[in-house]
Write a protein that binds this ligand. Structure first.
Ligand code: HEC
Length: 243
């Protein structure tokens, strides 16, 4: 009886050890691969307008990592409707620029699409040894860990009342049956957000325009804050509850 139990115990223990070791060994042996040589860096439409509206929040990454041999081409694309300057190059709206890198290096480029005015391109050496692959994977996981992990209001369910207060403050001056905005005497695109039903009806687009594209409130004329965007997005993620 005890014999059997200790044997099962041993087996479970070695299974546990294997469960821990296998991914580590895998991460060391498996070669690093990418879907393509290119890393696309797309400057979205409205970037310049956002900057002019005084928005400091960076939606573009300020650092790009490439890898020699296998992921070493930066493909810049200007989807904005004004020219953007990248390093010594001016990119007209709609233009793309291919920048191949061959050596491990750190390159700072002046970039008008960033609030900081610069972009760092880090080119790492392709890790060919198990130990360096393991190190690379560990560093990448660490970097992917959100810095604001502990103080973010994660997955919190947001009530209608909270969302209502924000929409009243930031949207209804234009999006109402009778907008008070002098610039928009009728609700743009007939989107009225002054009733619970209409808010719910437009929930999907609210998330897109306020959180993903950040193109509403238009040019952020009334100074909507990051926190308000997050809460309003949270209301949509909570299933857009209404009374
Ligand atoms: C100063 C006026 C103004 C304010 C404030 C404003 N909008 Fe708009 N909104 C517009 C205009 C103009 C359009 C039409 C042009 C466009 O789509 O960019 C529009 C269009 C929209 C549309 C419909 C287009 C689509 O993409 O489906 C949605 C949804 C929207 N706004 C949501 C909001 C939300 C949510 C807020 C508040 C956080 C807000 N807007 C604040 C002026 C405003």
């Amino acid at each position: 009886m005890t014999e059997v139990r200790s044997r099962t115990g041993r087996m479970l223990r070695s299974l546990g050890v294997a469960a821990v070791l296998l991914p580590v060994v895998g991460a060391a042996m498996w070669p690093v691969t990418f879907e393509s040589r290119e890393e696309v860096f797309d400057i979205p439409k409205g970037t310049w307008a956002r900057r002019m509206a005084g928005q400091k929040h960076e939606i573009l990454p300020s650092e790009i990592r490439l890898m020699t041999d296998i992921h070493n081409v930066l493909l810049l694309k200007n989807s904005d409707d004004v020219p953007q300057i990248f390093g010594p190059t001016m990119l007209m709206p709609g233009q793309t620029l291919r920048l191949p890198f061959s050596r491990p290096s750190e390159n700072y480029f002046a970039c008008t699409a960033h609030a900081s005015g610069q972009l760092l391109v880090i080119v790492e050496a392709n890790p060919v040894w198990p130990w360096s692959r393991l190190g690379w994977r560990a560093r990448r996981m660490w970097r992917a860990w959100p810095r604001d992990w502990f103080d973010r209001p994660r997955g919190r369910s947001v009530s209608y009342a909270e969302a209502r207060a924000i929409v009243d403050r930031r949207c209804v001056e234009c999006h109402a049956e009778r907008p008070v905005s002098r610039a928009f005497p009728v609700a743009p695109q007939a989107v009225m957000l002054d009733t619970p039903q209409s808010m719910k009806k437009h929930a999907g687009r609210i998330k897109v325009r306020v959180v993903e594209e950040r193109t509403m409130p238009i040019a952020n004329l009334n100074g909507m804050t990051e926190e308000e965007r997050e809460i309003l997005g949270g209301w949509v993620d909570s299933g857009a509850p209404i009374p």
